[in-house]
Design a protein around this ligand. Structure first.
Ligand SMILES: [Zn+2]
Length: 294
């Protein structure tokens, strides 16, 4: 299925900035982690298809669709709100049209409204200040479109969430960051609102045997190189290990995002230390290489 590029970009950008937002990490993130843990027996196992990153992706997709800023937004009449609603609605209509979903039959008044909106957009690429009524109607039109297309939008969720999961999975540094946040969420809060920071990280997930597809995904992402010493495992020894970035003993998970490829030497060394990933950018794409080329 072809996906709407502006939506892919915005979902990725929103997702990543959410992950760096402290308030989101403290509350929202923990709820998602909890939900993911409950709804999947092999806890956090298949990141792209049903694992943790996929849950994050569905969450960000839902946020992308709803005019969430509006809920609890104080001023009904405000330029900022108007701009947000206006540009968001224009994009929502593009998004729906792209997927051949319904954008019309909003009722006579709202229909005319959207037409005006699009005409104005085509003509000036600009907006005018929103009155209470104007903003209210934009909000109504938005909610109406979501409701009208709710089942199709729910079907699309899978594709967009998987794309987000893939995007984040390929950034090993981001994967490590998320794994550490998960560890922190678990031992930092326990239950949201109560503080258990004195609790020591401990193993809560049992070791599992990797399915073949997990090995293949990790090999492809890490380009067949050891994540720690960077030597080419395939060329040099053919012996590889799949390693937990945050160890199970430290509260890590079996989720795909918490795994990396290592050579046997680094793997046995790592079990006694906690060396972490330094960069998600492979050495061969690093600044030195680029400089040498130019
Ligand atoms: Zn190594």
């Amino acid at each position: 299925m072809r996906l709407f590029t502006p939506a892919i970009l915005r979902i990725s950008a929103n997702g990543i900035s959410n992950l760096l937002d402290e308030s989101w990490m403290e509350g929202h993130f923990y709820f998602i982690a909890e939900e993911a843990a409950k709804s999947n027996k092999s806890v956090f196992h298949k990141t792209i298809r049903e694992g943790f990153l996929y849950y994050l992706g569905t969450e960000v997709y839902n946020e992308y669709l709803r005019p969430h800023n509006v809920i609890g937004y104080g001023a009904e009449r405000s330029d900022e709100l108007y701009l947000y609603l206006y540009s968001g609605l224009v994009e929502l209509i593009d998004f729906l049209s792209y997927h051949e979903l319904e954008t019309k039959n909003l009722g006579i008044r709202l229909d005319r409204y959207i037409e005006e909106l699009l005409e104005e957009y085509d003509r000036t690429g600009n907006t005018k200040i929103g009155t209470i009524e104007y903003n209210g109607n934009l909000k109504k039109a938005w909610m109406y479109l979501l409701e009208k297309n709710s089942s199709s939008l729910a079907d699309l969720k899978y594709e967009y969430a998987s794309r987000f999961a893939e995007r984040v999975f390929h950034d090993r540094e981001m994967c490590e960051y998320i794994s550490r946040q998960l560890q922190f969420s678990r031992y930092g809060w326990g239950t949201y609102g109560t503080n258990h920071t004195d609790e020591k990280p401990a193993q809560w997930i049992k070791r599992e045997k990797w399915p073949k597809w997990v090995e293949r995904a990790i090999q492809a992402r890490d380009r067949g190189n050891c994540a720690i010493c960077e030597k080419s495992i395939i060329l040099e020894s053919g012996q590889q290990n799949i390693d937990h970035i945050v160890s199970l003993a430290q509260g890590g998970t079996n989720d795909l995002m918490n795994l990396q490829l290592t050579c046997p030497e680094c793997n046995s060394e790592k079990s006694s230390s906690t060396k972490s990933v330094e960069s998600s950018v492979p050495k061969y794409l690093g600044i030195d290489t680029i400089r040498k080329r130019s």
